[in-house]
Design a protein around this ligand. Sequence first.
Ligand SMILES: [Zn+2]
Length: 251
Amino acid sequence: MLSVHQFPCLSDNYGYLLHNSVTGETAAIDTPDAKEYLKQAEAKGWTITHIWNTHWHPDHAGGNVEIIEATGARVLAPKEVEKLSPIDRVVAHGDIVNLGEHRADVIDVSGHTNGHVAFHVVEEGIAFVGDSVFALGCGRMFEGEPKQFWASLDRIRRLPTATTLYCAHEYTEANAKFAQHADPGNSALEAYIEEITAKRARGEWTVPTVLSRELATNPFLRADDPAIIAKWGGDAPHETFAALRAGKDNF
Ligand SMILES: [Zn+2]
């Protein structure tokens, strides 16, 4: 049995521990805050045995060294994480990583940074997507190109639609404001925003989200939708995506 323990850390990150109760192994998905990760693991009675990094940003891999020193955890990460910590195994698209008998597919979702991966635990129907896609949004394009980022988002779109997406930040309310501007008249989006607003008013998390819902509402996953193209232009989905991304950056 695998279980996911989610907790907020830093100002708006979510931390995740993925635990295999049969073997006792625990993977830290990213390491925004080493002390909080170690505290959360201890409270669960778990020891972090692995670190799976999605990308090299300090609020994703900055806690690696401290967790390695405390636990001896093995780091599986894209090679860019070398900037911040040693890596035991470099991972890239098409690789498989294991936590005991459970496996996750490594998917290239670069665009926010180069060397950004997602971990898709197929049998559980869950994916840890880092800063590639958020509820109603996507990551800023710091290092990648529109074509590359769109191809990454298209890989996410092709996962089973019931897949639970564990995003790395609680950005949903701000994303919702832009989504409403980007895709006015989308009734599924309006209903989703009502729920989000109510949840945040109660102090609840809006992450994880579910792919099927994002496919119907997230403008960045809908860059090939006629309504989005009509508003944002572009002769190809990656051009429409680029216009959306620039629109959000300046929103
Ligand atoms: Zn990032």
